[in-house]
Design a protein around this ligand. Structure first.
Ligand code: VAH
Length: 319
């Protein structure tokens, strides 16, 4: 099946880079980028972009039929921090969009689906070190609840209706091309911008808050790897644990200081500290490594080098 791809939520932090990578692999004409707004000009100007509300079944179905889509990447979601401010909106967006895509697959309109889960499915009672693939899951955020319930529906639609859906539990994602929005791990992106602009950063998490993280290139690689895997190799139909590196704000600061010695960090934890404290420190992703040959490439120092190099270059271009 030659992919004709629809990306819902293409303007977001992961969606925007995933769109560009899929366009480079499959050709721009085979990747339809959509979002609820045209706020990512680079994306809009580099291929087919349409306004589609992932919560509107009819507009998703019209787009699928218009472009003869057979594969959907559902990247639209409200993340953890914003979800705590707008619980009902987070539930409606994250769940309605998933149900529309699952039902369109069940009804035969699409053949393959990617849906991102998150380490936010784990909660305060989950083992925090090297969190297993199968373990206690009592998420304490709305976002985490939507991801836990979403995983159960993905597995149900596969078992009941044979839907080919693949999913991974993303850790915090660090990137320089598109700013994240509304996440708790966003500090790990903001810190690099502030390091370059002001050589200082006030962190909204405490210095020893260890969280699982990943560079965007690794996250995109994992997403494409799982979608390219043979269906029989995808043995877990809820969502795969995925990991790369875990670190604290203090450790990022030390990594930055290798390049910007005068950089300083202060700590002023806010409401997002409680969210971060409910999540694991590190993740066991051995099943992803076994089932579909996952491996990561970027260490913390690799991430710091990539972030500072590219953000400095981007700043020069915008002058
Ligand atoms: C968030 N970036 O902070 C997301 C992610 C593991 C965290 O899912 O909400």
């Amino acid at each position: 099946m030659s992919p004709k791809i629809l990306i819902l939520g293409a303007s977001g932090q992961i969606g925007s880079e995933l769109t560009q990578r899929l366009r480079s692999i499959h050709g721009a004409e085979n990747v339809i980028a959509t979002d609820i707004s045209y706020n990512n000009i680079e994306l809009v100007n580099s291929g087919i972009f349409e306004r589609v509300d992932a919560q509107d079944y009819t507009s998703v179905k019209i787009c699928i039929e218009k472009h003869q889509i057979n594969t959907i990447y559902l990247m639209a979601a409200m993340l953890s921090a914003t979800g705590e401010k707008f619980p009902r909106k987070a539930w409606d967006l994250n769940m309605e969009s998933l149900f529309h895509v699952l039902n369109l697959a069940k009804e035969g309109f699409i053949k393959k689906v990617f849906w991102p889960s998150s380490i936010a499915v784990f909660g305060p009672t989950t083992p925090k070190e090297n969190t297993p693939q199968f373990t206690i899951m009592e998420p304490s955020t709305v976002y985490g609840i939507t991801k836990q319930v979403g995983e159960r529906w993905c597995e149900y639609y596969h078992k009941q209706y044979g839907v080919d859906i693949r999913s991974i539990r993303y850790p915090g994602i660090i990137s320089w091309k598109t700013m994240p929005g509304g996440g708790t791990t966003d500090y790990a992106v903001e810190i690099y911008h502030k390091a370059i602009a002001e050589k200082k950063y006030e962190c909204f998490l405490s210095e020893d808050t260890e969280l699982p993280m990943m560079f965007m290139d690794d996250a995109i690689k994992a997403t494409i790897d799982i979608m390219n895997a043979n269906q029989e190799d995808i043995k877990i139909k809820s969502s795969y644990n995925l990991a790369a590196v875990s670190f604290t704000p203090k450790q990022i600061a030390k990594s930055i200081q290798k390049y910007i010695p005068e950089f300083t960090i202060t700590y002023n934890p806010d409401f997002r500290q409680k969210i971060a404290d409910s999540w694991p420190k590190s993740i066991d992703d051995s099943r992803a490594r076994e089932d579909w040959n996952w491996s990561h490439s970027f260490s913390l120092d690799d991430i710091t080098k990539e972030m500072l190099t590219n953000l400095k270059a981007k700043a020069k271009q915008s002058v």
